[in-house]
Design a binder for this molecule. Structure first.
Ligand code: PRP
Length: 182
């Protein structure tokens, strides 16, 4: 139990639901990367939980890199501005890159990231996201692995924040509109 539970209107995916889905994604990724060792590129901060659980669920070896980009302000809407806050620590040319995202909303962050990382000559580049919102489906990005397709509502927990809080909740839930003045 967390004092933050009181701000949650409904739990969408419990810790068990998330664990089961990650196990399922890991099985597929293990099979697809049977002869390749992916570099997992986690997009901070939201993907931190997903990245660490996914890496441990994979039976095949992988390595980790993190990037931090910013596309949101502290509110609930995409700002349309993407900038690099932290870049990769190493060269990914010739590497098999698997971008690890917590959520694709407008798809803006990912289309920018794909273009940016593709220009660094990786051997391959794929995307895994735990959550995907409806707008993202319309964007022309090939997302290979999707955990859950969700409705267009404001969700927090398991890495997802509102004004930097709620990331530490073990589940994904819908925030009460009163919390963000909705
Ligand atoms: C979130 C999320 C994605 C991005 C998705 O990150 O982690 O990176 O927004 O939105 P989009 O598809 O509309 O571009 P955010 O910028 O909130 O940073 P955070 O991960 O540090 O919370």
């Amino acid at each position: 139990m967390s004092p933050l539970d009181a701000d949650i209107e409904a739990v969408l995916y419990s810790a068990d639901d998330i664990r089961d889905k990650i196990a399922e994604l890991a099985r597929t990724i293990d099979a697809d990367y049977a002869d390749r060792e992916p570099v997992l590129v986690g997009v901070l901060k939201g993907a931190a939980m997903f990245m660490s659980d996914l890496a441990r669920a994979l039976e095949r070896p992988s390595t980790m890199e993190f990037m931090a980009v910013s596309s949101y302000g502290s509110g609930t809407q995409s700002s349309g501005v993407v900038r690099i806050l932290k870049d990769l620590d190493r060269d990914i040319s010739g590497q098999h890159v698997l971008i690890v995202e917590d959520i694709i909303d407008s798809g803006l962050t990912l289309s920018w990231l794909l273009k940016n990382l593709s220009s660094r000559s990786p051997a391959s580049i794929s995307i895994v996201t735990l959550l995907r919102k409806p707008e993202a489906v319309k964007v022309d990005i090939d997302v290979t692995y999707v955990g859950f397709d969700i409705a267009n509502e404001f969700v927090v927990g398991y890495g997802l924040d509102y004004a930097e809080r709620y990331r530490d909740l073990p589940y994904i839930g819908r925030l009460k509109p009163a919390v963000y003045g909705g």
